[in-house]
Design a protein around this ligand. Structure first.
Ligand code: SF4
Length: 384
């Protein structure tokens, strides 16, 4: 094992695209659950393809996401993790994480996951309020979510919970109840997402028909501030727009995305980024499992779409992702990527407006800047 993590380390994302049912707000690449045992073998072959292409690297995080990767059997997880270790060297503290749904909580299965090397579990709690869970189309109850949090905390060193706020009917009291339960669980990481209606989702169609009102848009900004204040008071750092962590509990895998590092993406619809000879490649796999597997059988990789990012696009992505995190971006790195500097008069103006802060080479968004991040990045990138 390698000792230390660096910006050159690789992150690996494995997309398991199946869910027992599809939530009405979800716009991920997901399908109704079915047996698909050959997909695990295909994912391993795809990983070999990435290794051949990208060469030897140290791997600092492995993330099973989806979909619902906790539908995978521990043997399948073990097979994939074993295969990864035949291809790359893992760093000493390599984070190995899995997303799970509370209704899948099972002591034998989760212990078996831990035995495969998984150290972190991210639970799709969303709320503990049963009517909200019903509205969100989730098939767990508040009581199941509490039990799942307890079990995950007993088994894994790092536990995260997703919270959704801003659903129709949510009041301050109901939000506070969700926060109180999360805080009393003593977990080290919380991702808090505002409910939004994305094109193509069941919510989008139902709202367009006038059937339901699912979002409490008027109060969402207020709720965001409330969540933030409460979590800061409880000792969490607000290290990314939607993410809060106790010391040493940040998601190493998500940091790789936000820091603009390279990541392998395998499984149907997975995205990846690889930098070779200072050229940044963007890869997208086939969306459907059948097409993904057919492609791997023919080409030894599942990448359907491979493009190179222009220096401008690469720089833009670096700024868009990097200003989301507390650490912000390195101005010299932006310069190295694009061959030019971000406009200093715009930076000065945004600093004067209290939206950005500069500390030598680092540029970060302030709390006020994070609330209008799209505007801030647009001004930085368009005014060149
Ligand atoms: S469980 Fe997660 S991935 Fe699956 S449909 Fe619901 S929100 Fe989407």
């Amino acid at each position: 094992m390698a000792n230390k993590s660096t910006l050159d380390d690789l992150a690996i994302y494995i997309h398991w695209p199946y869910c027992t049912r599809i939530c009405p707000y979800c716009d991920f690449n997901v399908y109704k659950n079915r047996q698909d045992t050959s997909l695990v073998t295909a994912i391993c072959e795809d990983l070999s393809g990435w290794r051949q292409w990208g060469g030897p690297r140290h791997v600092s995080s492995i993330h099973f996401g989806g979909g619902t990767p906790s539908l995978l059997k521990p043997e399948d997880i073990a097979q994939i993790l074993f295969h990864i270790q035949t291809l790359w060297q893992l760093t000493e503290n390599c984070e190995i994480a899995i997303e799970a749904n509370p209704q899948d909580a099972n002591i034998q299965r989760w212990n078996a996951y831990a035995q495969t090397g998984i150290t972190r579990m991210s639970l799709g709690v969303q709320s503990f309020h049963d009517p909200a869970l019903k509205l969100l189309g989730r098939d767990h109850s508040g009581a199941q979510a509490k039990a799942a949090l307890r079990l995950a905390s007993e088994i894994f060193s790092f536990v995260s919970a997703d919270l959704i706020y801003g659903w129709a009917g949510q009041t301050h009291t109901l939000l506070q109840q969700d926060l109180n339960i999360l805080l009393s669980s003593q977990i080290g990481h919380i991702s808090a997402y505002q409910l939004t209606i994305e094109d193509g989702t069941a919510f989008h169609k139902a709202e367009a028909r006038g059937d339901i009102k699912s979002v409490n848009a008027d109060q969402s900004a207020e709720f965001y501030e409330h969540v933030r204040d409460q979590l800061l008071q409880a000792g969490f750092s607000h290290y990314e727009v939607s993410n809060f962590a106790k010391p040493s509990h940040m998601s190493q895998h998500n940091l790789a995305y936000w820091q603009g590092r390279d990541y392998v993406g395998v499984g149907p619809g997975a995205h990846g980024r690889m930098t070779l000879d200072n050229v940044r490649y963007a890869a997208i796999s086939n969306l459907q499992s059948e097409a993904y597997q057919t492609r791997i059988a023919a080409h030894k990789n599942g990448i359907e779409n491979l493009s190179t990012l222009s220096p401008e696009d690469w720089g833009e992505e670096y700024v868009l992702m990097g200003l989301r995190i507390q650490d912000g971006i390195s101005l010299s790195r932006y310069n190295g990527i694009t061959g030019k500097a971000l406009p200093s008069h715009v930076i000065d103006m945004l600093i004067e407006d209290g939206l950005l802060q500069r500390n030598n080479d680092r540029l970060t968004a302030t709390d006020a800047g994070r609330l209008v991040l799209n505007k801030v990045t647009e001004m930085l990138l368009l005014t060149q």
